[in-house]
Design a binder for this molecule. Sequence first.
Ligand code: GDG
Length: 467
Amino acid sequence: MPRLVVVSNRVAVPDPTGNRAAGGLAVALREAFEAYRGLWFGWSGKVAAHPSTEPRIVDKGQVQYALMDLTSLDRQEYYNGFANRALWPIMHYRIGLSEFSRADYQGYLRVNRTFANALAQLIRPDDLVWVHDYHLIPLAAELRAAGITNLIGYFHHIPWPAPEVLGALPGSRELLRAIMDYNLVGVHTERDADNLRRGLIHDLGAIQHKPDVVEVDRQRTRIKGFPIGIDVGEFQRLAGRSQSNRIIRQTTDGLGSRKLIIGVDRLDYSKGIPERMEAFERFLGTNPDQRGRVTYLQIAPTSRSEVPEYATLGRVVNETLGRINGTLGEPGWVPIHYVTSTYQRSVLAGLYRLAAVGLITPMRDGMNLVAKEYVAAQDPADPGVLILSKFAGAAQQLKAALIVNPNDKIEVAEAIREALQMSQEERVSRWESMMSVLQAQDVSWWAATFLKELTSNKTRTASRASV
Ligand code: GDG
């Protein structure tokens, strides 16, 4: 069995008590690491004045963690700068928010090169290398330059935009060129895969072979949709026993007979939080009988606070929230509860289950795991209703949700009314249909399918034909 080498911007090392990390990627890779023995390489999250060019190795049973520190300039240019201020907005179709700086781009390339050179020393001939996310697009090209010929896969966790959008970013052709150094590229949806293939054809003159294989300068790569899933059983279990939790009991008592609408998102402009609050305001305006009978809880852990656009978003959310609660609230009833703390997964699962409506309306999202977690956490006999943006990758799978355009506040407001009035029979039928998708394509399926495709002969023979 080959060893699995995972590379991601941040590495989730289990805490000293041995508890397994609960972060998204850690959960997603848990079973893959159990199947393969592995190494997980990436940024420690720490900044040092003179970081070592060799990783710090932490051994935890099946998995070895290889941690690199960054300088504060690296963090500024690579992470806050190019990855989060230039690439993230472009990938989410927000050209106007994208701040390109050549210095940041150079920093991004520099960190990718440093990581590749350090990682190249650790890679063994049969290792399977799996790189994650937009921070590390040039990593394979740098690994190839360092002489690594192993199979290397890349999974892109956020949307891949249409070529006309990506083309607005200086350096986008180089990023596309760097994609070709992977043997397999995974995105969440066929729409994203098609955007990437079209970009390669349009900007690099790639030739398309089979529907999912493209070739540039006699080098081939396969690009496909692999929708990420969740650990369905985990959320069912956590939600099922959540009633004993203090926060869940207090929330239940506080609600009384009121219905709960829930939104859970990192505080990020791609998630459509102010727009969603305004849609809820519209719902209350057009359904005055609902005032005092429904509460919207928005959990929004603060994220990327060193990036100016996120600070601006924080202010916009506070203003929108203040205005709505100020104008529509009453003594004894606050329309929107807004919290920026992070909750334990067990609490989150309990809150999902309490909520009659999951209101998940990103302006763009690669997949959106919250939508899936909300569905998995429901009581099978009396499930809530998912309202889901058509611009979340999850909408391609969860077709039994109420699918909305988050730009259309009237449509979202009407979906809220429809969800609150929906019969139990219809709720159960929609929920069952969504659960069957979640169970068929859960997180183990996702990792296993990607890795199987990466190791398959098909990929091997179709890739790097010229090398
Ligand atoms: C990126 C892509 C893609 C949130 N609040 C708390 C908390 N969370 C957890 C959720 C969920 C995760 O964070 C968020 O995942 P999403 O998928 O919704 O969004 P991103 O963070 O933007 O993730 C996205 C994903 O990568 C995977 O490929 O789906 O499109 O943007 O799991 O539960 N967890 C805890 N407390 C919180 O307060 N414990």
